[in-house]
Design a protein around this ligand. Structure first.
Ligand code: KG4
Ligand code: ZN
Length: 364
């Protein structure tokens, strides 16, 4: 059995996990910083890195403790080293380097976006279940992959855990970022995405008409800034003036609860429709190119979304494709996806040196 300790600090969650053979999660510890950032309505990078610094050692200790393994039993230390906030990444990467060096264990840097696409392969220790696809991965490749997070909205053709080709990405906001901004517009509180999802489930999506931005006819890119602005205008009316000086007709305080949840539902309908249309397009294009995928995989914070999970499952059924959706514990940022994916690098002999850099952008 191969045990990998994973560490993740790319944004505002300090996380550690031990994963066996690339898919069986023995522990998954996540220390969220939501309370620290709530009053600012978003993640403050400097506060995030300081909080990581305070938490990283206890979080790793809990990760090992809950897995019931000693550090000497670990085969490698894996860490998310890109993409993310540089100050935050630096804390996890420095800790991982120190641990790997002091114990003479291999160090593996993992791309966070790639790890989100692997999260659906993870299962809880003791949960059983079939593992198809072999090599420690429950995914039956090739699949079409959709990463939907606070920082990324990307479509991939995925040939294996570490082999993927970018098909399209957002040209402005990521879908999670659009959710967070829409929640601010609707005064739904922080963190925005889950709050908006909950509000949307109480609303009627047909009461308001919001745009689906599809870009060019065959485009697999995404755009969400128009949707966000359309929502703002629906809530506050058409502004006079631009930018900081814009004066709106009304305030969001004037919304009734019913209007608020109906607007949330309309936003959710438009955002998820857009994702589904592009996902369908990507599958069509791959089929036309004789590269038909056998399944669909989604990952990233927005894969926790109730409507997206349902629509992806329906699409898979309609098209006869296997559907791989991460368990709720593995949608948001976590270290299990880092440790799980690193297993494939370790097996392929791809390890890093102590010069492993931190990088703000994804490499895939
Ligand atoms: O993957 P993640 O934890 O962090 C990044 O890598 O960015 O994703 C966080 C994003 C946030 O924008 C959050 O609002 C969104 O995922 N999110 C959701 C839901 N849960 C989290 N968006 C829509 N519906 C949800 N249920
Ligand atoms: Zn993420």
């Amino acid at each position: 059995m191969t045990l990998i300790l994973g560490i993740e600090t790319s944004c505002d969650e300090t996380a550690a996990s031990v994963v066996a053979d690339g898919c069986v999660v023995r522990s998954n510890v996540i220390a969220s910083q939501h309370e620290l950032h709530r009053e600012y309505g978003g993640v403050v990078p400097e506060i995030a890195s300081r909080a990581h610094l305070e938490r990283i050692v206890p979080v790793v200790e809990r990760g090992l403790g809950q897995a019931g393994v000693g550090f000497d039993e670990i085969d490698a230390v894996a860490v998310g080293n890109r993409p993310g906030l540089i100050g935050s990444l630096m804390v996890g990467v420095s800790a991982a380097k120190a641990m790997a060096w002091s114990a003479g264990k291999p160090l593996i840097g993992v791309d966070h976006v790639r790890a989100h696409l692997y999260a659906a392969a993870l299962r809880d220790a003791g949960a059983g279940g079939d593992v198809q696809g072999g090599e420690g991965s429950g995914l039956a490749y090739p699949v079409v992959g959709l990463v939907v997070s606070g920082g990324h909205t990307r479509l991939y053709e995925v040939a294996g855990p570490t082999r993927m080709r970018l098909l399209g990405k957002t040209i402005d906001d990521a879908v999670g970022e659009a959710y967070d901004k829409a929640a601010v517009i609707l005064q739904l509180g922080y963190p925005g995405g889950p709050n908006l999802d909950r509000a949307a489930q109480r609303g009627d999506a047909t009461k308001y008409d919001l745009p689906r931005s599809l870009l060019g006819k065959g485009s697999l890119d995404f755009s969400f800034s128009g949707l966000k602005t359309a929502l703002l205008y629906k809530v506050r009316g058409t502004p006079r003036g631009r930018g900081q000086r814009a004066v709106f007709e009304r305030s969001a305080d004037e919304l009734t609860d019913e209007q608020r949840v109906d607007l949330a539902a309309a936003f959710q309908g438009a955002a998820i429709d857009t994702l589904m249309i592009k996902l369908g397009r990507a599958i069509d294009q791959l089929v036309e190119q004789d590269r038909a995928p056998g399944g669909i995989v989604i990952g990233g914070g927005v894969s926790a979304n109730s409507l997206l999970r349902r629509r992806v499952a329906e699409l898979g059924e309609r098209r006869g494709l296997a559907v791989h959706i991460p368990g709720m514990a593995y949608c948001l940022d976590n270290a299990a996806m880092i440790a799980g994916l690193a297993y494939h690098d370790l097996r392929a002999g791809r390890c890093d040196g102590l010069d492993l850099p931190v990088i703000a952008t994804t490499g895939v």
